[in-house]
Design a protein. Structure first.
Length: 349
């Protein structure tokens, strides 16, 4: 005799609302060009970025996450008391414990909902959506808040020419709810840790701690190559290698995500890639041969690259400005450090 441990469920899920918070300050290319010996023209030509949002010194990622989550909850017409779980994706929560998600859950009034953090960098939001979708389908939750948040300005060396000028601060949040109709397609995701050094932290926090305690780490070629005079760990990337990996890998991931949803690229109405670089967005659009009618997110121009926050923030802008209609079929795909990637087709709220 078979005993069922709980009733089976075939519940689907959907994104009910998207909220956002961008850093309070718009930093122009001229503002940051000096330390990297660059210019507004050089940055625009290579990245498509005109400004990037940077948060005030006293604004924390908990503050930004809370603001984005509250915005999403208000748009969904619910409160924190209705939330069954909170997921936060970030690489800029510089505390090993407690998880940022528990703090956010408390601030939005979702306690005692389970809450946990994810670390998948620029793919993190799509990872979070995948987890929320799975939780709802499994009957573990009916309403999940997913936040992608970064304060990248805390993680950069302003003299670094590889990535610092790309980065911005912000948080985007989605309310994922149970639905009779499927609004989130299967996730296609993966990683390649063999290329972990392509986007990397200059040194570990443990090495930094030893150094501050008077126990310097052993000299290494990587440390010798560090050009920054800053002692705290900062972010670096091998830009050309990243570009080649994205262009060779992500179109296939995107096509698989569309196929997994039972659709074709002709069914896609909105394309929301991670806002890494305008050249990457343009190249992905070209390689996927998307119809001219497809709306392409280009929030990178005003907000900059906000890592895990970039996809929800780009989505929030499209919906707020009326560029993308409600209930449009969107392909979203994140990719970055790890190397890690994830994509899924969703119906916009």
């Amino acid at each position: 005799m078979t005993t069922l441990l709980g009733a089976p469920t075939t519940t689907g899920s959907r994104i009910a609302a998207i909220g956002g918070f961008r850093g309070e300050n718009l930093v122009t290319n001229d503002d940051i060009a000096g330390p990297i010996n660059s210019s507004d023209e050089w940055i625009r030509q290579r990245t498509g970025i005109v400004t990037r949002a940077r948060a005030d010194h006293d604004t924390t990622i908990a503050d930004m996450s809370t603001a984005a989550a509250q915005d999403a909850l208000a748009k969904a017409g619910i409160t924190g008391a209705d939330v069954d779980a909170v997921i936060v994706s970030t690489v800029t929560h510089f505390e090993q414990t407690p998880a940022l998600a528990t703090i956010v859950a408390d601030r939005i009034g979702a306690t005692p909902a389970p809450a946990f953090d994810l670390s998948a960098a620029c793919a993190g939001y799509c990872y979070g959506i995948a987890q929320a979708d799975a939780m709802v389908r499994a009957g573990l939750a009916r309403t999940v808040v997913v936040v992608g948040v970064e304060k990248m300005s805390d993680f950069i060396d302003p003299t670094d020419r590889t990535i610092s000028f790309l980065l911005g601060d912000g948080a985007g949040a989605a309310v994922v709810t149970a639905s009779d109709q499927t609004g989130i397609g299967p996730t296609v995701w993966g990683s390649d840790g063999g290329q972990a050094g392509v986007i990397y932290q200059t040194r570990s926090w443990l090495d930094y701690r030893h150094e501050e305690l008077g126990e310097p780490e052993e000299e290494t070629p990587e440390l010798a190559e560090e050009v920054s005079q800053m002692r705290t760990p900062t972010l670096r990337q091998l830009g050309p290698t990243v570009f080649k990996w994205v262009i060779s890998t992500i179109p296939g991931v995107a096509r698989q995500a569309v196929a997994a949803a039972g659709l074709t690229l002709d069914d896609i109405e909105v394309f929301i890639p991670h806002q890494a670089n305008m050249r990457i967005t343009d190249q992905l659009t070209k390689l996927l041969k998307l119809p001219d009618s497809v709306i392409v997110a280009r929030d990178i121009a005003e907000t900059g690259n906000t890592s895990a926050a970039s996809i929800p923030l780009a989505t929030e802008r499209l919906l707020r400005e009326g560029t993308a209609p409600s209930c449009a079929v969107a392909l979203q795909v994140g990719f970055g450090a790890g190397l890690a990637y994830a994509g899924q087709v969703v119906v916009l709220p």
